[in-house]
Every structure is written in structure tokens, then in C-alpha cells.
Design a protein around this ligand. Structure first.
Ligand SMILES: [Zn+2]
Length: 401
């Protein structure tokens, strides 16, 4: 793989051994659509390691044995690429980048990232905004990326919006991030300018520790994507931008509660299909409505009926990603037996007691926050959430058994 940057324009050329269908770090197969993309709103003079790691978040799935950058990288970043992916990376010759003092927040507008932001009220936001690729037709006409950018601007925080078409480098399964970390490509290039030493993401306990989302359904202390000692954590750290998960120890029910109780409540937006607020009629809105109803202790309020294909996803036999939140909702939403979630009760024996661990913070998640920001996260969790008991901690560590 050969990588070239011209300002914020990234182009890359596959070597003979590279393949156009590769695998992301979560094992998902991804097919290349086009070998160029642009990141807007970034400086041209960032540390070479930042350009290298930003490029790697895009090209990693398709690279087999080596990656040649257009400027020398540090031995530390080359070593992290070799240890994590088994690739030879070069040329080597730059001094490593030292972490800056600032924790930035990768801000998506969803409840998880709002909760992360609430823990660090002084942190600047970095917002990734999707824009069309100049050579690929836009297949997402209903997706309002402008809405999120406007909401981010209303938060009162320092917001840096990065525009990018990098998601169009993917042909299959659909346009999207080649690696989950590509959402940070622009933030990496801005790290020198903003003095970043860490970047906070809204990944919660399900994504970090329970193998949720597209990943495996089991306890994942060594999660290769989000643990600090995993390959991505080591690579980001080598470039002086630590991966930080401020809400990595709490469930989506807790991030929902924190976000809705925060002063950013009006800016929380997990669905972009609606023009004025969430659409209420998609799979994500249904799932989030179950969580919100559980948190607010009120009946489910949704127009969705059981015959909709996206609703069936939550009614099948477990295991599946997000299952812990279905159990949580079944145990807490009044009258749930008379809703479309009723049949799911057959699969679980969820009670308030058996799901109470989802209201507390998993202590090892705090311990892995870099020291510079750990005390603030600890104080916040102690005051607003509460730490798990030993029995609750075991619920996390026996997940999937
Ligand atoms: Zn929706």
C-alpha cells in the first residue's frame, strides 16, 4: 500500500498482494470502491505520524504486508503498525509526537457522545460531517448531516467540524467507515493545532466490554478496537493521541440518563432520518425509545408495529448486540408485555435486580482512562452513577457465558 497526502486529499495505491475486499478490525468484510478521499478543514503541517495514523484508519482493511507513506514516520508508529497488523511501515525517521494537554471529544450528537462530553465540560468537540464524494453518487439522500453540524454548533462548546467523503471509499457492505476509527481521521490531523493528547469517544460498555455492535457477543477485555492495549489503542498512543472512553464503563441506559439530564439535552439526536427531530419510525429510534422509556419509567410510545422488518431484529432469539438493553427495557418499562416487545419476554427472565448492574459503572473502565483525565471521570461517575459492586462486576465479566 502506498499512501499520498496532498493537503487533506488522501490517495492510495494497492500493492500486488493487497486485495480490494479486505477485513476491518471487527472482522467485517469491506470492499473498496475508490482509492481517494478528502478531509476538509485540516491543517497541512501536522506531525507526519498524524498523517500516517489518519491514513491507516482508511487503508488498513486492504493492506496486507507493507505500507509506504509519503513522509517519514516515527519508529514508534512503525512498531505499532508492525506489532498490531504485521505490516512493514516506512519510511522511518521522524521524532515521535508528544501528547498535548487537551482531551478532545469526538462528537456525534448521540446520547453516548453527549454523555461523554458531559463528563468533560471544558473539552472541545470534533465533529465529523459526511459530504458527497465528487466521483460517487450520493446514496443517502435522507441523511441530514447538516442537521447534526447545526446542533453541534448550538452546544456552546468549541466545535471543529471536519468534512469528509471518506465513507465513499467503501463499496460494500455500503458506504461507511472502512475502520470505526476513521471517524477520527480529521481529529488526528487537527491534534497539533488543538494540542490534543487524547480523543474521547462515546463507546459505552456494550461496545467496549460486551462485544456489542458488529463485534463478538462475549466479554472482551482485549477488544482490539477500543482497549488501550489493543492494536488501535497502541497506534493512537504512539501518535500522542490516546483513545479515551469516558463512558466505557456504563450502559446505554446510563448514557441516555446522563445525556437527557445534561445541559446538552436539546442537542441530543440519535436519528437523522427525520427533518425535525428523530423519525420515531426506524430500528434505531425503536431501540432508543425502549431505553428512554425504561430510564423514564413510562410506557413505550412508538408508532412501530411488530410486522416491520427492523422490529423483528429485537425479537429474535438471543444472543445479539444490544441484548443487555433489551433485557433492561423488558424489566422496567410498564406494560411492556402488551407492546411489540411482548414476545421477547419468552427469551429472558430479566428483573430490575438482574439488570441493576446496567445502572452502575464498571471500575476497570475508569482505570484504563489515561491518568491526566482519570480523576475527573472517577469523580463524575462516583457522584452521578455509582460504581458496580463485586457481584455486578461479575455480570460484566461473565457476559456471553
Ligand atoms: Zn429514526
Amino acid at each position: 500500500m502506498r499512501v499520498t497526502w496532498t493537503g487533506g486529499d488522501l490517495s492510495f495505491r494497492l500493492d500486488a498482494e493487497d486485495e480490494i475486499t479486505g477485513r476491518a478490525s471487527d472482522e467485517h468484510p469491506v470492499k473498496l470502491a475508490i482509492n481517494s478521499c478528502t478531509i476538509g478543514g485540516v491543517p497541512e503541517d501536522a506531525h507526519p505520524d498524524l498523517f500516517a495514523v489518519a491514513a491507516w484508519t482508511v487503508v488498513a482493511p486492504w493492506t496486507r504486508r507493507r505500507v509506504l507513506f509519503d513522509r517519514a514516520i516515527s519508529a514508534e508508529v512503525a512498531a505499532a503498525l508492525h506489532d498490531g497488523w504485521g505490516v512493514e511501515a516506512g519510511p522511518v525517521g521522524a521524532e515521535p509526537r508528544r501528547p498535548g494537554p487537551t482531551l478532545g471529544i469526538s462528537y456525534s450528537g448521540g446520547a453516548d457522545s453527549v454523555a461523554a462530553a458531559t463528563i468533560f465540560p471544558e473539552s472541545p468537540f470534533l465533529h465529523f460531517r459526511r459530504v458527497p464524494h465528487r466521483r460517487i453518487p450520493n446514496r443517502w439522500p435522507h441523511y441530514r448531516s447538516d442537521v447534526l453540524a447545526k446542533l453541534a454548533a448550538k452546544t456552546g462548546r468549541e466545535v471543529t467540524t471536519v468534512t469528509s467523503d471518506l465513507e465513499y471509499t467503501l463499496a460494500e457492505p455500503r458506504p461507511g467507515y472502512p475502520e470505526h476509527h476513521a471517524v477520527a481521521a480529521g481529529a488526528l490531523l487537527l491534534a497539533d493545532q488543538l494540542g490534543l493528547g487524547g480523543l474521547g469517544f462515546g463507546y459505552e460498555m456494550g461496545s467496549r466490554w460486551l462485544g456489542g455492535g458488529r463485534y463478538l457477543h462475549r466479554y472482551t477485555p482485549d477488544n482490539p478496537m477500543w482497549s488501550p492495549h489493543g492494536k488501535w489503542g497502541r497506534l493512537f498512543a504512539a501518535a500522542g493521541v490516546h483513545l479515551v472512553l469516558p463512558v466505557g464503563g456504563v450502559s446505554e441506559a446510563t448514557t441516555m440518563r446522563l445525556a437527557l439530564n445534561s445541559d446538552l439535552r436539546e442537542q441530543v439526536r440519535w436519528c437523522l432520518r427525520g427533518t425535525d427531530g428523530p423519525c420515531r419510525d426506524c430500528g434505531k429510534c425503536l431501540y432508543k425509545e425502549l431505553i428512554q422509556a425504561a430510564v423514564e419509567r413510562r410506557p413505550l410510545n412508538t408508532p412501530v408495529t411488530a410486522d416491520r422488518p427492523f422490529a423483528r431484529k429485537w425479537l429474535r432469539k438471543p444472543p445479539y448486540g444490544g441484548q443487555e438493553m433489551i433485557e433492561y427495557g423488558l424489566a422496567r418499562v410498564p406494560g411492556i408485555e402488551n407492546t411489540l416487545f411482548g414476545p421477547a419476554l419468552d427469551f429472558f427472565e430479566a428483573t430490575e435486580e438482574s439488570t441493576s448492574w446496567l445502572d452502575h459503572c464498571y471500575p476497570p473502565a475508569i482505570e484504563e482512562i489515561p491518568e491526566a483525565w482519570r480523576a475527573q471521570a472517577t469523580a463524575f461517575m462516583t457522584e452521578n452513577v455509582g460504581m458496580m459492586t463485586e457481584a455486578e462486576t461479575r455480570r460484566v465479566e461473565n457476559w456471553g457465558n
